[in-house]
Design a binder for this molecule. Structure first.
Ligand SMILES: [Zn+2]
Length: 303
């Protein structure tokens, strides 16, 4: 309901008055655990493989719009193979959050990711944004899990919320299904442990920021309101964020899509950014599972 409708219905004041006078996310502050092997900071290198499901989640009729679909189809045809080649050249392992639909539609692409030794994470089935009370919430999680297991033999440890939304029901559900970490929230520069509404511990969070989301920086077409930023602009944003976070001893998380960062000029700038990061020699470039495991080990040592 739009705010004006709520207001005219007299519901806005009642709704606001009913809000708890508490932070929406009540997780304790992140503990400043050291990074492994004397590293100053960490980079969670991650990709979101949505393929066509990025475009159909809100409107299945778009499946018939073949040029719109071709934006997503680029991932399997060109983008993901090129990214895999780059990661092999640089000797890096990453996490790929994949929708169940993409696994069904593009099994060879997903098998290639797995074969290269990368981590595969959960990204919903149809890429439906998880919102409070959403009737598809459970099915999106369970069908995604079932597909990853049946098609790839993968039991994912990590989850990234499609379209970057979350709710308490989802926090509880993911814990119940045995997931270990999420990478969806925007409220820190260090890993932290979620706290559920019933005061029990939730998953580990590996937080993200919009500044490493290439969808916002490098997709200039098809319903996108965003400008296509130049290589210099993107490198400036990415290196400034990395260098400051490195001084803080925190972590950065990339949210890259093969349909954006697998495009030629975007791949070139990603290569330069990763080479720059590697040249610093004290930034731990890791998968989500590696960072979550490190966090959990530190928690255990501190207990
Ligand atoms: Zn996505």
């Amino acid at each position: 309901m739009a705010a004006t409708d709520a207001l005219s219905a007299g519901g806005l004041k009642a709704g606001l008055d009913a809000l708890p006078l508490l932070p929406a996310n009540r997780a304790p502050l992140a503990t400043e655990y050291p990074w492994p092997a004397g590293q100053k900071a960490a980079m969670f290198l991650s990709f979101d493989v949505d393929a066509e499901s990025a475009w159909t989640a809100k409107d299945p009729a778009r499946y018939g719009e073949l040029v719109t679909m071709s934006f997503g189809g680029y991932e399997a045809r060109v983008g993901t193979p090129k990214l895999l080649q780059l990661l092999r050249e640089l000797g890096l392992k990453a996490t790929f959050f994949i929708t169940g639909w993409s696994v069904e539609a593009h099994p060879a692409m997903c098998e290639a990711i797995l074969k290269d030794g990368h981590e595969i994470g959960h990204h919903g089935f149809h890429h439906v944004m998880p919102q409070p009370g959403d009737p598809m919430l459970v099915e999106e999680v369970d069908r995604g899990l079932e597909t990853l297991k049946r098609r790839l033999g993968v039991v994912p440890r990590g989850y990234r919320a499609p379209s970057g939304e979350f709710c308490e029901e989802l926090r509880v559900l993911l814990k119940d299904r045995g997931l270990v970490y999420t990478s969806s929230f925007r409220d820190d520069v260090r890993p932290y442990r979620h706290l559920l509404a019933d005061d029990t511990p939730g998953l580990v969070e590996l937080p993200v920021t919009a500044c490493y989301d290439d969808w916002l920086l490098g997709l200039s077409q098809r319903y996108s309101r965003h400008t296509l930023l130049t290589r210099e602009q993107v490198l400036s944003i990415w290196t400034d964020e990395l260098e400051e976070v490195r001084d803080w001893g925190g972590m950065v998380t990339t949210v890259l899509h093969p349909q954006c960062s697998g495009r030629p000029m975007r791949l070139k700038l990603l290569r330069e950014f990763l080479q720059h990061t590697q040249a610093l020699k004290d930034v731990w470039i890791a998968t989500g599972a590696e960072i979550a495991d490190h966090f959990i080990a530190c928690e255990g040592n501190a207990a």
